[in-house]
Design a protein. Sequence first.
Lengths: 329, 329
Amino acid sequence: MGEKVTIATVARHAQVSRQTVSNVLNAPHIVREDTRRRVHEAITALGYRANQAARQMRTGRSRLIAVRIEPTRDGINGSVLDRFLHGLTETADASGYRVLLYTARGDEQEIATYDDLLGAYDLDAFVLTGTKHGDPRTAWLAERQVPFVTFGRPWDTPEAHPWVDVDGAAGTAQATRHLLAAGHRRIAFVGWPAGSGVGDDRRAGWRTTMAEVGLHDAAPDRETEDGIAEGQREARALLALDAPPTAVLCVSDSLALGAWQAARDAAADLAVIGFDDTPVAAAVGLSSVSQPLGEAAARCVELLTGLLDGQRRDPRLLLNPSLVLRHSA
Amino acid sequence: MGEKVTIATVARHAQVSRQTVSNVLNAPHIVREDTRRRVHEAITALGYRANQAARQMRTGRSRLIAVRIEPTRDGINGSVLDRFLHGLTETADASGYRVLLYTARGDEQEIATYDDLLGAYDLDAFVLTGTKHGDPRTAWLAERQVPFVTFGRPWDTPEAHPWVDVDGAAGTAQATRHLLAAGHRRIAFVGWPAGSGVGDDRRAGWRTTMAEVGLHDAAPDRETEDGIAEGQREARALLALDAPPTAVLCVSDSLALGAWQAARDAAADLAVIGFDDTPVAAAVGLSSVSQPLGEAAARCVELLTGLLDGQRRDPRLLLNPSLVLRHSA
DNA sequence: CATCAGCATTGGATCGTTCAAGGCGGCGAG
DNA sequence: CTCGCCGCCTTGAACGATCCAATGCTGATG
């Protein structure tokens, strides 16, 4: 339709210079009230939108945030990222940022992608999900002073970089207390093999809570890979014990679902609580610990915009999950 | 570390002019073999990456594709978009494009977002998911000649714009044939209220297949909103019939899961097949019709790059889903 | 030997924005 | 009265790439 509307068009229309229009947008306080209003009127009248490419070329900032999207590994856990991503996009929008996606197989390729994105698109910041011990990605980014936030704690050095995370231990502690309050005494835990930050954290919440009430002995602790079949297997093993537990707390919904199915098949009276409150849990009526993903995403964006604006807020945030009760416990 | 690497840096390093470097990148055939090689060596040696902002300003193309991410409505169906998005990002990457996310509440706001994205970021193209009758979004984009592809047919006018879709009718037909081959004669369908393109399409596959074998009379057809509780209700109603069906085909996994649970609770021998092959279906062992989401995404990107390069391929693609068999049928 | 075609290469202009520097009127201080 | 300063605005230059027109070079031809 109409010709391209640039800052010059607006300037002509408002009878001022280009720079004044630019100032209205970027430093309104140095422009006189009525001039500012006149420029704003011209902007809306013409439907002007600042060209990001041109702005970016001059300032080196793109107002773009990169987020990795992973292949849905499990299928069950995929929805977690999905919800997080949605929250991220929405909050970023509100702050004038946009979310750019990328994929990568393996850390090395991911780092190459950083390089690419930074070089070609001048990305402002990165959001990483799923951190692990000795993560090479955060090291690379930190070394180059690229602003980034992780959703997930750096498990080695808590102060290494800004992060947002959900307090897994608090979640399992809450679940454990709920089971205790319901009269359970033998409460087992089915978790991942020790060594993963997330898994160990969640296990710790259960363990300390059980220890607090002196029930540590009546608390079988199992380690297994993630999966429904694995959950079934562990539940069967637990039920075959001399003094089987009356409740099981699982580190994931996959394991919890398996355990729940195994208990039902064996007609055993076993309370089960999972973790992540995935759609699967909701669908089959499984109680689960729910992460505040929307809030986590919002905090990530807040931290990033803070970083980019040079503000210094406390760059580490631990959020509390909540327990969602359904039929299974 | 090193200073910013621009096209001039590369030119100096390779002992040629800026334009020659540009030609190597954009029109390699007009540059002499050995010159080209020398330039390429300089590029890799310096780690040069073309600045997209500068390129975009001159050419007006951003190599960016926008995709909407929706709030996970159901929770169960969210994973479909998730997998599609992953495929999209991966294929786009391979073609040198990047995926930009956006959210919007309602069509009006979404159209405003188009305007914004086009004005500010010079987006090259859009991918829309979930089309409906009389979609105002596609009309808006078409009117402005913005390149776009929809994942989902335009249900009013098949030739309106390029699209990729999965043949829902073929999927339900395949599922119906499977049930027939397994000896079922009374096969019910639980679908959404007539009027939604997707739902009607899926219903049609079942109906025509049943009609082909003259079993149309023995085929109860139910209409209901989506949801697990709704699926349970419909299954109970079906089982209470004088001549209850021995199998149920559902338009979604949510409904199928509900039906499957109701049948189990009633200890009824009822085969159930769902649609979308969501993680929930996989988790509980529900047979389902699976959409080739990765391929659909790849085709979307192919179509778009074709459009952008001015190629004229057939811009309409109907893909075949496949039946995934588990315990439930 | 002069001319010209064919091709690779060069310099300058350009996209839309922001930064740096400067102009200009008015006001208070010396 | 003059000077300096402040607030507000304008002008020229720059970011890094591509496009366009012009130039240099080589070799073949009249």
